[in-house]
Design a binder for this molecule. Sequence first.
Ligand code: ASP
Length: 356
Amino acid sequence: MLRKLLPVVASALLCCFFKSAMAADHMGDSSLHQPKYMLVIHGGAGTILKSKMTPEKEKAYQEALTAALQAGYSILKSGGSSLDAVTAAVRVMEDSPLFNAGKGAVFTNEGRNEMDAAIMNGKTLEAGAVASVTVIKNPITAARAVMEKSQHVMMIGAGAEKFAKQAGLEIVDPSYFYTEDRWKALQQVKAADSTKMQLDHDSVVHKSAARLGVENRDHKFGTVGAVALDKQGNLAAATSTGGMTNKKFGRVGDSPIIGGGTYANNATCAISCTGWGEYFIRLVVAKSVSDLMEYKGWSVQQAADEMIMKKVPALGGDGGLIAIDKDGNIAMPFNTAGMYRGSVTADGKITVAIYK
Ligand code: ASP
């Protein structure tokens, strides 16, 4: 009897084993279809040449980019939101004097630091921005407060600062933003301004610069930005900047303009731009990338290339952008010599790059 039963019991056990193995395999399959989470950052584009970089400076940039990626990644890994991840990554770069945002912001023609920032939630299309702020330690947190604690999208100058104070954000003396490098850069640009001939004989970009009343002699755009996709499949984008060296009082660039330098939509992608802001505003670059994807069905790479490699240079502008689409595809085009940039994927792999 037992002999007769043994094969039956054995086959029943085998059957159970295969069934559960198949179920586990199926679960594995479905987990593959869960959104990949990731974070991409930039620290500005421009004439960033290896020949002009010291090994120490290069290392400092790589470390700062890595620290920003780690700050955002730990949030995404533990199930946090893309909004929290981009805020954290941008804050790290705002606190570093290496980048043109927060500490390290460039000077206006009048020798002040006037900063702009924006953030956008791809899930709800809610957005917040501040412009021309001078005493908020981390302008990106102010942009976020505008989005979450007010009924508005953009607040500027003294009003934005009053609002930030009321929201309990850290306020600093304007002298906190002083860095010697940026001060020297302003003096250099001002000295070059007095020799107008040089500008007029220079490239189209320089002529436009003279007309626009802004100048960035070595064409470095140190703006910072971050885009992220979280475990829930939500996209977010954030950008923060000091603008452009020698900009006129009250000048606002593309960074805080929703659709200009910053945009996020779960249906398409999240984008943060860096470059000659006036051109990015006129071409509504960030929203155009999203529109090309939505209405033409283009990939994020195609759409980003169209704006950065064709439209922006066609008008005489330069710069770059970072983008992540809803499926976790990344694009980081730039038409300048370099762009400080980096990414971290769900497996924790961090990649940073500076040159072409
Ligand atoms: N886009 C910024 C602006 O025009 C500058 C930058 O990217 O560094 O204000």
